[in-house]
Design a protein around this ligand. Structure first.
Ligand code: MCN
Length: 787
């Protein structure tokens, strides 16, 4: 390992500009003549629009234009789409309701945009918006996913009777019934997986420009996948043809999934920019973000786990209702199905699993992928079930896990995933050792002396990421392939530009991708630049989500580097007057085996471009290669997180005292970045378990719609994490990498809730375990505990 190569804890190159305020985010961009968009949003969860009167607003100072959903509809643009087809168990396709970028005739959630004001300044746009008079006929709304399918529930979209989008399943119900009948013990649990707001640091933003001379559009936008945004906007919505639309996702301040999707605002800005013939900018304020960024999670689940007389699992049965909100967001349909149920086997050898998922519409903000997307929900089901089972069976929770671990790889689960490599015993043992699980009893006694209840909880999670083999996702209904692209451009001076289809918005790609290239080509890391996020510069790529940039994006770079090396060897052979097969490449030098003849990488790059010294009839000048890489399988990071905490029985307050995480991410490119990713993920998972909740009242008003009401985790909510790794290399990519970007968020909620329920002695508590919820659970279970 070199000081900056694979495995080195190199400091993030990009942080220099971020921490000195030199980042360039969408809202930092300004175009001459730019005007501002302000959206009128529904104050009601469900309402018919009887009339919109813009007369007074039109005459307000600075107003350039005001358009409603009717005017948008008149231009016959396509609706926003969900790109992953899911069929119900009867074979019928999911019921996708139209989602126009500006609602016309009816609004379906608080925050649904139905008109836009374009003005010289944002303040003028807001002032004018206040003068728009909208006559709403308020309709009954349905908010709770568990009520959405009830008889007599308000119907949101005509295409979806009973508000049901699909009724999907995986597994064989009859075989599962038979398996569960044989169980000697069945653990049964009901959960709510709480709805979360993504809250990226940088709110979403869009700046659209139209050049009437060339008829080209440019869109600066907060996107995790600019090419996909361009494809959807051109092919499905039809604002601009693909080749005349440049999408730039510059520095983006966090996404956590919420910026994968194509949203109404960027579409409307593009449409408006052409109509007013001026650049149009929109940037969400925080309140707008709360009611427009796609939310995460929101499942209601009943789950059962059956055991035989030897405590071996015989079967699992799960029924989930997933809330997809008022419209189907871009990837929403896949989250509670293929990203959820396919992980229900956890780290365990489970011979029979049956899972049914009903996805429903409600009058709430659309729900889509949020860090982990389906896999935190699956881990929560599996890891709560196994922990509670251990308690019910009276066995040690680590022992019960060990008894049921998968040990022979590859392992085909009964829910379609093919686990390729892993060592679950190793991560559990290492975590228990680091955590000092043996000392828990003593620590519990000490807590008790101070009147505190101490609990410990495990989460031996697995997830599938590195999304994903195109053929697999295609067969499951995805509208796109999920390969990745790269181009390696060697410049004449020997510096290198990597053009990647991935997009970084906090993950440190400018460093880790450069580490790979520096390692491989033997050049200083500072001679490598990573270019991403601009459809005019970079070849088509699929973007960043599903912890794929390491496993898939870097594999595409490896493939392109292979081609660069192959061509460079050809050139070296000519320059050194040797046979191509005799050229070796090591430490940045091409040499003829067994001789002292060599040429450095930089010199060779120059020769490649001047082309003076080799026959261009045999070798093309230049040194630049591209590759598309399609993985052969998902990667399956797995590990063990242990949470230890204290509960104050008087107040219900929870203090996390110790956290140990041992993860298997295969080959680690940069341990410092990986550790940072784990920290961030744990923080988000703990946020879900203890603090965060998008609470709607029965009328569909978001009660926790600001940071005054929606509690984000803070540094003082955490102890210092102990983070370590084990390693089994991933066999399905050339670097042996498994993704790390979501692991913490996937593992953490179950670890926290297992620890809390261990401390308070009752399972009857849902996330978030706020002090009030913990205190209530303690009071309600007191009689049972006393008995
Ligand atoms: N890496 C590594 N060794 C490995 C695996 C990864 O050194 N074995 C490095 C990668 O090279 C990359 C980083 O770790 O620099 C994360 O890699 P990966 O796990 O491939 O995840 P992605 O880069 O694809 O990022 C997506 C992932 C997801 S899905 C969410 S959600 C998330 C996350 O990253 N959103 C984030 N981390 C985030 N971090 C920040 N700051 N902001 C977000 O929005």
């Amino acid at each position: 390992m070199t000081a900056t190569g694979i495995g080195a804890p190199v400091r993030r190159k990009e942080d220099q500009r971020f921490i000195t305020g030199k980042g360039h985010y969408t809202d930092d961009h300004a175009r001459p003549g730019q005007v501002y968009a302000y959206f009128l949003r529904s104050p009601h969860a469900h309402a018919r629009i009887r009339k919109i009167d813009t007369t007074q607003a039109q005459s307000m100072p600075g107003v350039v234009a005001i358009w409603t959903g009717q005017e948008f509809a008149a231009d016959k643009l396509g609706p926003l789409i969900c790109g992953w087809m899911i069929n119900s168990k009867d074979g019928s396709p999911m019921k996708m309701a139209p989602h126009p970028a500006l609602a016309a005739g009816k609004v379906s959630h608080v925050g649904d945009a139905y008109a836009v004001v374009i003005a010289e300044t944002l303040a003028q746009a807001k002032d004018a918006a206040e003068k728009v008079v909208t006559d709403f006929e308020v309709l009954p709304a349905v908010i709770d996913p568990a009520q959405a399918q009830a008889q007599g529930a308000p119907q949101i979209h005509e295409v979806a009777p009973n508000n049901t989008i699909y009724n999907w399943h995986i597994g064989d119900p009859a075989a599962n019934d038979a398996a569960m009948k044989k169980a000697r013990h069945i653990t049964r649990l009901d959960f709510i997986n709480n709805r979360l707001v993504p809250n990226a640091l940088e709110p979403r933003s869009a700046l659209a420009e139209f050049d009437p001379g060339s008829e080209h559009f440019t869109l600066w936008t907060t996107s995790q996948n600019p090419h996909v945004a361009r494809l959807v906007i051109s092919a499905f919505i039809g604002v601009a043809p693909e080749h005349k639309l440049r999408v730039i996702a510059p520095d983006v301040g966090g996404g956590f999934g919420s910026k994968i999707f194509i949203y109404p605002e960027e579409v409307v800005c593009l449409w408006a920019a052409k109509k007013v013939a001026r650049p149009v900018k929109w940037t969400a304020d925080r309140s707008e973000a709360f009611i427009t960024d796609a939310h995460g999670r929101d499942h209601v689940t009943h789950a059962e786990l059956g055991f035989d007389e030897n405590n071996k699992i015989v079967g699992m049965r799960v029924k989930t209702i997933a809330n997809l909100g008022a419209y189907m967001s871009t990837f929403s349909s896949a989250v509670p199905t293929y990203l959820y149920a396919t992980l229900l086997s956890g780290q365990y050898d489970i011979p029979s699993i049956y899972c049914e998922v009903d996805s429903v519409y409600t009058n709430t903000v659309p729900v889509d992928a949020y860090r982990g997307a389906g896999r935190p929900e699956a881990t929560f089901v599996v890891e709560r079930l196994i922990e509670v089972s251990a308690r019910e069976l009276g066995v040690d929770p680590a022992e019960l896990r060990r008894k049921n671990f998968v040990r022979n790889f590859p392992y085909q689960t009964v829910v379609a995933s093919l686990y390729d490599a892993g060592d679950y015993d190793a991560s559990l043992a290492k975590a228990m050792e680091i955590h000092d699980v043996k000392g828990f009893k003593q620590r519990k006694r000490e807590s008790a002396k101070r009147g505190k209840l101490r609990g410990i909880g495990y989460s031996t999670y697995i997830e599938a990421c590195g999304i994903a083999p195109s053929a697999v996702v295609g067969s499951l209904g995805a509208g796109v392939g999920l390969w990745e692209s790269a181009e390696v451009r060697v410049n004449p001076t020997g510096s290198v530009e990597i053009l990647t289809g991935c997009h970084q918005h906090g993950q440190g790609h400018e460093t880790t991708f450069a580490q790979l290239v520096s390692d491989r080509l033997g050049i200083p890391i500072d001679n490598v630049t990573v270019v991403h996020g601009d459809t005019d510069k970079v070849q088509f790529g699929m973007g960043t989500y599903g912890s794929r940039s390491g496993a898939v994006g870097m594999s595409a770079i490896v493939k392109a580097l292979d081609k660069v090396e192959a061509k460079a060897k050809k050139i070296a052979a000519h320059l050194l007057e040797a046979a191509e097969g005799d050229i070796e490449f090591k430490d940045g030098k091409f040499s003829v085996a067994g001789t002292d003849k060599s040429i450095g990488f930089g010199d060779l790059a120059l020769q490649a471009y001047v082309g003076h010294k080799f026959p261009t009839s045999e070798i093309e000048p230049g040194l630049k290669e591209g590759a598309f890489y399609d993985p052969t399988n998902f990667t399956f990071p797995a590990g063990c997180h242990i949470c230890e905490l204290e509960v104050d029985p008087d107040t219900g307050a929870v203090t996390i005292d110790k956290w140990t995480a041992v993860d298997d991410f295969g080959t680690v490119i940069n341990p410092m970045i990986v550790e940072g990713q784990v920290h961030g993920g744990i923080a988000q998972g703990v946020g879900q378990a203890l603090l965060e909740h998008a609470v709607y009242d029965k009328d569909g008003q978001l009660m926790s719609g600001s940071f005054m009401d929606y509690a984000m985790p803070r540094a003082w909510n955490f102890p210092t994490f102990k983070v370590d790794v084990t390693k089994t290399e991933c066999p399905s990519n050339p670097l042996g990498i498994k993704g790390c970007g979501e692991a913490g968020a996937i593992a953490a909620p179950a670890a926290v809730m297992n620890a809390i329920t261990n401390a308070i002695g009752t399972e009857q508590i849902d996330m978030p375990a706020t002090p009030a919820a913990v205190w209530r659970a303690l009071k309600q279970s007191a009689p049972a505990r006393a008995a």
